[in-house]
Ligand binder design. Structure first.
Ligand SMILES: Cc1cc2nc3c(=O)[nH]c(=O)nc-3n(C[C@H](O)[C@H](O)[C@H](O)COP(=O)(O)OP(=O)(O)OC[C@H]3O[C@@H](n4cnc5c(N)ncnc54)[C@H](O)[C@@H]3O)c2cc1C
Ligand code: SF4
Length: 421
């Protein structure tokens, strides 16, 4: 499948690198959760040393190829670029991508003997693999326990339009072959047995389950969970969705599944049904633009009341909403307009209203009020020697934030094991 965005040409990258002001306080580097040394790698591009640029990026960030494509830079490095006070912010993520597309990840790092201890990592997504790499570099040996596919959500669910299979394969293969002792294809439900077998455990299982919508008709044939469909399509299986699809939700998952359903069948009508307005959509701006370019349409200010049909979905009954102020968290509130119900004719309804941790896992680990795993500032859970990070602790975030957690957990685990010994 063809990618939406093309990599910068050598000439474009050189011109873009020339625009960097090399600020002494590097706000971009501070704002990047992985603290990528942005001015340094841009200086390396400027001097034509792409190999050096890759080494700088790679030492700060294990998922540079992934983030070169799907990092929401407008929320991080680019949002604070000093150059925007003059004309426009530097295209930092695209420069990132230019470096990784122009160089080879096969450079092996010099690794010490893995003699400091053994760590079990539960979940092979960005947080888990980032932790494995940092620990291996420090002299630990890591086993990764993975229920589905190593690489986590980007590998399992993000469209190949944004994140091509060959890029994902290259990066995940490099990380697992260089830094992981064993990948165990296993769903872990209890960490207590691992505590006995390993010096420490890092739980980074993300949010594998989905929230349910509690309305009449939700059990009809033709109602799907969004991430089940994403995983199916990403693995090359036909989704089974019909020709008139309504997607309930306004976050990244809703927009991702809308785009993938259009990519799968460009003749299919795909409408995102959202309770608030366009400005309140929570998905990343670039993803919304891409979905719109693919022909996804939107029904804003529509509150789902009922899935209509006998055995199969025939439509979605919604009530029109209006926006009215903000709640305590600053989120825009909405209210139904009485007597404004109408039916959107559909043959498929996809629910994309939130993600959560599996309920049947990890007895003994204290959870927060929202159901996430509770971890202290040093990332330790309620069980000594068991650390946790990524989406499983913070709720839905981003790849680069999961990487930050993996790096920080490795530091804390190394200190714990050293102290314990
Ligand atoms: C559809 C979608 C699109 C997204 N798009 C973007 C984007 O464009 N840019 C961006 O930065 N972020 C994006 N995100 C968010 C990003 O993917 C996550 O924040 C990030 O992957 C979290 O990393 P993690 O390692 O915490 O968890 P995950 O990536 O969820 O990895 C957790 C891993 O643990 C495994 N696992 C789960 N339970 C168990 C168990 N019991 N035992 C063993 N293994 C288990 C899972 O199979 C998975 O491989 C998107 C998320 C979704 C859902
Ligand atoms: S990882 Fe993301 S935030 Fe960090 S420098 Fe790269 S694009 Fe910017």
């Amino acid at each position: 499948m063809e990618e939406f965005e093309k990599t910068l040409s050598r000439q474009q990258a050189a011109i873009e690198a020339e625009r960097c002001l090399y600020c002494y306080d590097a706000p971009c580097q501070v704002k990047c959760p992985a603290h990528v040394p942005v001015p340094e790698f841009i200086q390396s591009i400027r001097s034509g040393n792409l190999h050096g640029a890759r080494t700088i990026l790679q030492s700060a960030h294990p998922f540079i190829e992934t983030c070169g494509r799907i990092c929401p830079e407008e929320a991080f490095c680019q949002s604070v670029c000093t150059r925007s006070k003059i004309d426009a912010p530097l295209r930092i993520r695209e420069l990132h991508r230019f470096v990784t597309d122009s160089t080879d990840p096969s450079d092996r790092m010099e690794l010490p003997e893995p003699s400091l201890g053994k760590v079990a990592i539960v979940g092979g997504g960005p947080a888990g693999l980032a932790c494995a790499r940092e620990l291996r570099v420090r002299g630990f040996s890591c086993d990764v326990f993975e229920a589905r596919q190593v690489g986590g959500v980007p590998s399992q669910e993000v469209s190949t339009h944004r994140y091509p299979r060959e890029v994902e394969d290259r990066e995940v293969r490099f990380l697992t072959s260089s830094f992981v002792a064993n990948v165990r294809s296993e769903r872990v439900t209890d960490v207590k047995p691992l505590v006995g077998d390993y010096d420490a455990v890092f739980v980074a299982t993300g949010l594998p389950s989905e929230s349910d919508l509690n309305v009449e008709g939700i059990g009809l044939v033709g109602v799907y969970h969004a991430r089940d469909l994403l995983r199916k399509m990403k693995s090359g299986t036909i989704s089974g969705a019909g020709n008139r699809v309504g997607i309930i939700g306004g976050g990244n998952v809703a927009i991702e599944v809308a785009s993938m359903l259009r990519e799968e069948d460009p003749t299919r009508d795909v409408t995102v049904v959202y309770r608030r307005g366009i400005k309140e959509l929570k998905a990343f701006k670039k993803e919304i633009e891409e979905a719109t370019t693919l022909g996804v349409t939107y029904q804003f200010l529509a509150i789902p009341d009922k899935v209509v049909g006998n055995d199969h979905v025939e439509g979605l009954e919604v009530t029109q909403a209006h926006l009215c102020g903000e709640d305590e968290s600053g989120r825009c509130r909405f209210e139904p307009l009485p007597g404004s119900s109408f039916i959107i004719p559909l043959d498929t309804v996809v629910v994309a209203i939130g993600q959560r941790i599996d309920e049947d896992v990890f007895p003994g680990l204290v959870r927060s009020a929202s159901g996430f795993i509770s971890a202290a500032e040093n990332m330790q859970t309620s069980m000594p020697g068991v650390y946790a990070g990524g989406d499983a602790v913070h709720g839905a975030q981003t790849v680069v934030e999961a990487v930050r957690d993996g790096k920080k957990a490795a530091e804390q685990i190394a200190a714990f094991v050293a102290g314990g010994k």
